[in-house]
Every structure is written in structure tokens, then in C-alpha cells.
Design a protein around this ligand. Structure first.
Ligand SMILES: NC(=O)c1ccc[n+]([C@@H]2O[C@H](COP(=O)([O-])OP(=O)(O)OC[C@H]3O[C@@H](n4cnc5c(N)ncnc54)[C@H](OP(=O)(O)O)[C@@H]3O)[C@@H](O)[C@H]2O)c1
Length: 316
């Protein structure tokens, strides 16, 4: 039997990378093996991956040499950064540089970079429709990832840039579940007007990435965009109401109100929603549901995601 192609998965103990590691492990005859990279090989998440058949390898993307070692001998790598751990674009950029350089130096055949738009291409810093943050960004957690597309390109590593979408899992884990509004009605709160928000079950991001690896070099040098469904806030609220059996509405607050909520990252996220709203045709067009389903036939709709996760959505 031919040797399996190893995919080195950054973030394998987390949401995106975990989905990819599990997709590889679930497909015993697919010809790929999962190498789960983590800073904490003894964590419960790492142990679970090892038990499911992954090779667990220590790696810290802040450390260039550790990434090189972890990528050695692999066919491909899934590269992701976690902005919300440190709120530092500089750190994300340095990590991207380490991963791109390691992929090139170790001769990997295919790298997927989990990315988002550099919104400054649409909203230059001089555009005052939204505040400039940290002196040089509009949507810091987007802009750094988009800027890093250029780092991967310049490195010469054979890269697919994969544009991800809003996780529906944010309703469970990111404090976005329905809460009583000023009128007492339960509401999900985000500023999108009546425009559509592309969303996805986070587990499907990894499954789509697996689909990209399975298609060989077809998407090397290209950008692909994925999502599970594109729905307005009102459509999401209606579906959530049905699933949870209680009325939930969409609270479409103004962008400035959202930016002023005061939690860490509120301004960044307020700007993000405004970008998705103001450039909605581009933003939705860059993420195709049909293409995502080709990559991953198990792709969940929002209704299907709700059926699985409704009991875990904190309400109130
Ligand atoms: N929430 C959304 O709607 C959304 C949508 C699109 C994109 N995103 C982006 O998704 C990213 C986070 O991905 P996620 O949700 O999969 O994260 P997550 O579930 O919070 O997990 C983070 C993962 O990154 C790993 N990691 C972090 N720093 C590392 C380092 N220095 N070296 C090695 N591994 C490191 C962690 O591994 P160990 O701790 O085991 O080392 C963990 O596996 C963010 O940058 C965010 O901007 C989020």
C-alpha cells in the first residue's frame, strides 16, 4: 500500500484544525494521515486526537525552528492563527511568516492558509465610515490575515488561500447567543441591516479544507471561499426561533452602537460587520455554498447546525 500523505495541522486541538484532523482520521482509506500540531501535547484535546489515531507533535508557531521541525516530512500543512488569544496582528504576521517559510524550506506540496480579507483594500485608512484601529487597521483580525496572503505568496510555498466565514458556533461559544433586548424580547444582536451573512458550522471548515487537499494541486496559487449558507439576521432569528421553540428576533443595532459595546474586540467586530454589510455583493460572492458542498458533501445548513447544537445555545 502506498504511504499515506501526512497533513501537518496547525490548530488541531482547536475548532478549524480539529475539524480537519477529524475529517482525515474519519477517512481511513483516503490516503492521508493527520499530524496534529500543538503547544501542549499533554492536553486532553491532544490526547483525544492521539487516541483517534493522529500523530501529535509539539509546535509553537511563534518559534520558526519548531514549525520547520513539525512540518518536516509532511505532504501538506493547514495553517491558522488565533488572533483572539493575543489581539496582536504583528504576532499573527510573524506566525504566518514562520509557517510559510517552513512550508517552503521543507518542500511541502500544498499549504492551506486560513484567511480573511484585508479590508483596507475596500476601506482605505482615509475612509472615515469606520474608525482606524491600532493606527493601521480597519478590521484587525481580518486585515492581518489578508496581509499574510502576500507572505505566503512571496515565500514560494504552494498555497491555497481559504476565505472562511462567520462560525454559527459563535452563538454557543462566543457570547452571541440570544439575550433579552430593551423591549424584553430575546434577540441575536449584530449590525447587518437586511443583508446576508455567510455562515458555517466550524467543523465544516476543516472538512472543506480536507476536500481541497483531496483535489490535489487544483487550487494551489488560488483563493477559495467557503460557507454553509447565506442568511439575513431576520432569517437566522426565525430559524433559531423554530429550533428553540421560543421567539427570537434580530436586533439590528447601528454599527456605532455595536462598536461601543465595550467588550474586548467590539470595535474590530463592529467594523467587520460594516465591511460585510457595505461590500455585501463582493463578500457573499467570494463564498460559494455550492462549491463548499462539492468540497464537503456533508456541509451543514443553518437548520441542520441548529438541530445538532440547539441545546447548547445559551439563552438569556
Ligand atoms: N469566530 C469566527 O466566526 C471566525 C470566523 C472566521 C475566522 N476566525 C478566525 O479563526 C481563528 C481561530 O481559529 P479557531 O477558531 O480554530 O481557534 P481555537 O478553536 O480557539 O483554537 C486555537 C488553536 O490554535 C492553536 N494555537 C494558537 N496559538 C498557537 C501557537 N503559537 N502555536 C501553535 N498552535 C497555536 C491552539 O493550539 P494549542 O493551544 O493546543 O497549542 C488551538 O488549537 C482566529 O484567528 C479567528 O480570527 C474566526
Amino acid at each position: 500500500m502506498a504511504e499515506k500523505k501526512i497533513i501537518a495541522v496547525v490548530g488541531a486541538t482547536g475548532a478549524q484544525g480539529g475539524g480537519l484532523a477529524r475529517a482525515i482520521l474519519a477517512d481511513g482509506t483516503g490516503g492521508f494521515a493527520a499530524r496534529a500540531l500543538t503547544r501542549k501535547p499533554d492536553s486532553d484535546a491532544a490526547k483525544a486526537l492521539r487516541q483517534q489515531g493522529a500523530e501529535v507533535v509539539a509546535c509553537d508557531t511563534d518559534d520558526a525552528e519548531s514549525v520547520r521541525k513539525a512540518f518536516r516530512g509532511a505532504h501538506g500543512a493547514y495553517c491558522v492563527t488565533n488572533y483572539w488569544e493575543h489581539y496582536s496582528v504583528d504576532r499573527e504576521l510573524a506566525q504566518a511568516k514562520h509557517m510559510a517559510a517552513a512550508a517552503k524550506a521543507e518542500g511541502l506540496a500544498h499549504v492551506i492558509w486560513s484567511t480573511l480579507e484585508d479590508t483596507r483594500k475596500w476601506v482605505p485608512l482615509s475612509d472615515n465610515r469606520m474608525p482606524t484601529l491600532f493606527g493601521k487597521y480597519k478590521v484587525p483580525h481580518f486585515d492581518g490575515k489578508g496581509e499574510a496572503d502576500g507572505i505566503f505568496k512571496a515565500s514560494g510555498a504552494p498555497t491555497t488561500c481559504m476565505l472562511t466565514s462567520f462560525y454559527w458556533d459563535n452563538f454557543v461559544f462566543f457570547g452571541m447567543g440570544p439575550k433579552p433586548g430593551p423591549d424584553g424580547r430575546l434577540a441575536i444582536t449584530f449590525p447587518m441591516g437586511g443583508r446576508k451573512l455567510p455562515g458555517i458550522a466550524v467543523e465544516d471548515i476543516g472538512r472543506c479544507a480536507y476536500g481541497v487537499f483531496r483535489r490535489g494541486g487544483e487550487f494551489v496559487g488560488k483563493t477559495v471561499g467557503i460557507c454553509g449558507e447565506q442568511l439575513t439576521g431576520a432569517e437566522m432569528a426565525a430559524k433559531m426561533s423554530k429550533a428553540l421553540g421560543k421567539e427570537i428576533v434580530h436586533n439590528d443595532v447601528p454599527f456605532d452602537v455595536f462598536r461601543g459595546f465595550g467588550f474586548p474586540g467590539a470595535e474590530d467586530l463592529g467594523n467587520m460587520f460594516q465591511f460585510k454589510h457595505d461590500f455585501n455583493d463582493y463578500y457573499c460572492g467570494a463564498r460559494s455554498v455550492a462549491f463548499s458542498r462539492q468540497l464537503n458533501p456533508e456541509l451543514l445548513t443553518f437548520d441542520a447546525w441548529l438541530a445538532k447544537f440547539k441545546d447548547r445555545i445559551p439563552v438569556g
